[in-house]
Design a protein. Sequence first.
Length: 492
Amino acid sequence: MHSKNEKGTPYSILLLISLFFINTFIITGYYSKYLLVTSDSVLQLISYSIVLNLLVLSSLLSKWENLSFYILVTISFYLAGLIVISRSLLSFLLLIPALAGMVIYASQLGNNDKLSKGVSLYTVIFLVLIISKVFVFVNQQTASSIIIQNLSDRISTIGFSLPITEIYGIFVSTPYADVIISPLQFFLTMSLSSLLVENYHRIFSLIAKRRNEDSAVNGKESGVMAAGYGIVAALSCQCESSIALLPAVTILLLNILLIPFIFLSVFLLIMTYFFVSRYYERKRTPRFLATLGPAKIGMTLVMALTITFSQLLVLLGILYDLETSPFFLFGTGMFMILDGFILFYLISSTLKRRFMKPYFGIFLLFISSFLAIIWFDPPITRLAIENAVVFSIMSYTMTLSGFLIGASFFMSGKRVGLGIIEVYAVLLGIVPIFIYYYTFSLQSKIWPFWSLGQQTELAVFLWIIMLPVMWLSTQKSLSPYPSIPSSITLQM
């Protein structure tokens, strides 16, 4: 592995030549009309060019080679994309050499698994742009190879207001594709995708290292343990990818929840990177993941009040017909799942120390997941809305779901229990993603009795609830010394 000092001048010159080709393409394209720029977007093109130059130069001067790697690979993705969707002679002559120089420079940076990370980043960014509908393949006639327009003007002509994430954006049109690019969207996509890829590789490396260490200690690793580590790794990364995915598909959503939701997602991905690199890879456990012991008197009182409040919430919902709102209906359901989990935790101190068999924990996982997800089925949802008794049954069924998953978590072995709780979190986390994709991308209703807007906003609402839960379950799975209350001793 080379450092920047070891690479020396040749590779630095190569990157500067790459930047020269990019600037030549912009200038030549503008004056030759290969790049047709509307008068109101010239200033934006100049601003984008300046930012691009600064990003490349910052990668050249920065001491953080990992960061430089992701910046350059992200820029190279957009260069490669521009070549593919323009297919013009000017693109081939100028952008291909620029792309080659940038990729060669990035490949020399001090970064492990460069090829794997580069391919992964390309794949993630492509999926983000496709899912978020900021990149669309088309076959159309255009006045030039590449047309750049002011996005604000284009959006206003079709009767829509400009989303917050697309402020100062441009609309790029070619014979083969239409693309929306904005500063916030670019940096958000780069941040989420880079963090996701880095976390993926660190998590898999961490799990593989632990597996090798266990093999060295025990002499032979059992098939069950090997499979268990693989499952934990896959689920941990699934949580990470889910955290990164929904902000991508909400990138055009005009909703007051969007901005805090995006920053919450970025924050959680950053915290995962921090804990993996600073704690888990060094076999350390953060304080907030310390051993869960029997609840103290104050905590017990808080938990009891939480359970009582949720029961009153159900009663108020029945009295005032609040269950007709999707936010109240499913929000209450999530609250009741938490109630059930807390309830088992409170009684766990009375149980003796013996654990259930793994297959029984998996069986409880299946039952608890079914009890929670079944209420999202439209005919059953309608029954809960129209009948107060059914709504009450739904609430207590959700409580039972939380109680059973609590039993699976606390009464299984450490790794098995953590795997079970993470599977459960992922299953519930997939629900809002499915709702959003179905309603936003397909423009179809899941529940005919609620508007399309309500269902889209419901997905965001549920995901905000699930994000911290999924993130916490990931941290517990990755922690080197996960534990559960030592007072539990029941066996089944």
